[in-house]
Design a protein around this ligand. Sequence first.
Ligand code: EPZ
Length: 430
Amino acid sequence: MDRIQIRGGNRLNGSIQISGAKNAALPLMIVSLLTPETLTLSNVPRLADVRQLQRILQNHGVDIMVAGKRPGQNGHSGDTKQLSARTIADTTAPYELVSKMRASFWVLGPLLGRCGEAKVSLPGGCAIGTRPVDMHLQAMEALGAEIAIEGGYVIARARHGLKGAHIAFDKVSVGATHAALMAAVLAEGDTIIENAATEPEIGDVATCLVKMGARIEGIHTTTLRVRGVTSLHGTEHSVIPDRIETGTYAMCAGMTGGDVTLKGADAGHLGAVLDVMRQAGIGVDVTNEGLRIRRNGQALEPVRVETQPFPGFPTDCQAQLMALMTMANGTSMIRETIFENRFMHVQELARLGAEIQLHGDTAEVRGVKKLTGAPVMATDLRASVSLVIAALAAEGETTINRVYHLDRGFETLEEKLQACGADVSRISGN
Ligand code: EPZ
């Protein structure tokens, strides 16, 4: 298993190209199931999760061709993928494939919409909380599907096709909103999705669906209105920049001091994160190229933050912010409201000398003057990268084990950090 070694203390200076958003690329690839024509996606990040979803889609009969791009070409660093689901060869998404990545469960809606049936393995537990799928099933049932759960599989049927419906979610769910939207576009009649998530990745998927012939109103709002169509056609679409990757490198820059430009970043997707960074005393400027993040000797100020659905502070940046606040000039309070168990990084940050106490869903982070390198373990994607942030500022060497978590969601992390002067290397093997 690969490890990442970081010798802390270098200020980051330079520029980092932001990749396409993982959490937009995954549902966009799933959208390809909705049409027999070719969907061409550009700026698709080269990530383990993308490769895993590719296997799942291929199992359903999707042909996928990849044309690479050189880093920096056309401002993009990712792949261009052509996905063609001329026929759906298999409506089953097996346990062996779905259990590796939760988002693959989202094939349920499009398979039902296109084929009237789907058998999809329940995604199973996940390190950051219980993460049920009841709201996904609620949406499918509202659209007229009959649902049974047998042997760990969701078996869904809509013998006479899906029918438009009024879906009102009790709480905000990114995945359930994707599922409802992807199923409703081919349903007969009108669907209203209330209390929809407004994360930019959902807007990106909805925009792509409209290019494919879907009729959707209210994109980027909490009420989506869909008028079902009988078929969708192919299109070309470029994946939006990754706001979580942007926030992560912004915190790397803030943690080490220095001056980093995040090329291609979209500040409009990061309002709450940038506000918090400014409160922490970090310079944030929106430029023609993206975002410029600076801290030149100013102290890091503590903050009080709670995670919220968009446009609030994202849970996917919570661990990174906590790493940043370990060296703040005072005590920060960070409350996690989305997932009940997203604090695995706390123990690992403590190994570097961080002082963090948990009080239920709130972490009290007492800033320390210095962190010291140590061996640590990556536990999930965002927790892992929080260790990278802390290690960049720690004295001495930190070795991060189990970095396959990082590879799920950060494209060429070491190279991007090295280019700005960080002392980071990957050690392959055991
Ligand atoms: C998406 O997960 C993201 N994944 C997550 O990113 C992100 O943390 C999360 O949204 C919140 O922003 C992808 O986009 C691939 P949810 P998702 O449904 O859709 C509860 C990362 O690191 N819930 O919005 O699975 C759920 O338990 C990942 O990139 C139900 O109760 O999250 C949670 O408490 C991790 N029933 C809350 O809703 C359901 O049927 C929000 O989860 C569905 C969800």
